[in-house]
Design a protein around this ligand. Sequence first.
Ligand code: ADP
Ligand code: DP6
Length: 326
Amino acid sequence: MKATARAHTNIALIKYWGKRDEQLFLPMNNSISITLDRFYTTTSVSFREDLSADVFVLDGKEMGGHEREKISGFLNLVRRTANHQGYAVVDSLNEVPTAAGFASSASGFAALAAASTRALNFTISNEGLSILARQGSGSASRSIYGGYAEWHKGTCQDGSDSFATQILPENAWDLSVLSVMVEARQKKVLSREGMRRTVETSPFYAGWLDSLEIDLSAARDAIHKQDFEQLGTVLERNALKMHATTFGANPPFLYWTGATIDVMQVVQELRENGVLAYFTIDAGPNVKVICQPADEQVVKDRLLELECVQDIFLCHPGPGIHYLTT
Ligand code: ADP
Ligand code: DP6
């Protein structure tokens, strides 16, 4: 009873920021993402009779404490869904920096959802997988699909209509995503805590929610039309709005460092010089710069001139979940 699955990370163009149900990972708003080719997780799950507890090995190291409990909690959900009793060994390899704002939790839980259900021979649709992955980490719901995806917040209390669907497959529209590393350390306010604090305390959170429908429909429309300028304009605006909510939280917090702002300014300067490039930032200081493939070298070269830039990982739209033979 073993299976191996691979899932790629995704970067949100319209952000998921805030939960209406923390237990079920139900979001306050829809979100839209691109799945990335360069960063992924490969996870093997093996259900075995001889185990008295679940085992979680991440990048060759056996994990204990909270990390193992998170995996075990997720496997409990899979066991309930697939009506199975018995423990498993989860062996996972991250081809992405862990907990550094590169969305390892998205690829991690999407791969775990796929490998664990396949190991139990449990037949499940992509939407079902998305619902399952969501309950490990919200953004994982989008990593089931390649290319461009939208996670629908849903309205049901049990979360049965809160799943992602694909907007466009990965080969339909090529864009370049430059993941600009300015800081390799782990973030201080995890996204889970950060979104909770802004929902509970930020007076700006209502403004975030009020303007989301406009951003979502502009982004959807831009993806369908493959209109890069429209998409870039809305994704940058949406990222800045998300971060603005954290300034109003109590206590307030800021994910950016000086280096983050340096990168943002270079992107705006590139635009002033006629190169269409836009930035987005998640719950950490690193920046993702999005441009068209014809401009990726110019953008990369300019960013590398900044002393604060430690590394740049060039990504393109990547595939959805797939299974590997073991
Ligand atoms: P990131 O920006 O990398 O997503 P988070 O702090 O949001 O950072 O998520 C990191 C957490 O995701 C880890 O602490 C771990 O619980 C989970 N995670 C990371 N990689 C995996 C994996 N391969 N399998 C399962 N869970 C993972
Ligand atoms: C800023 O999916 O990591 O990256 O559901 O609590 O695990 P949990 O949060 P997570 O949050 C992602 C927040 C974000 C925006 C996004 O990816 O949409």
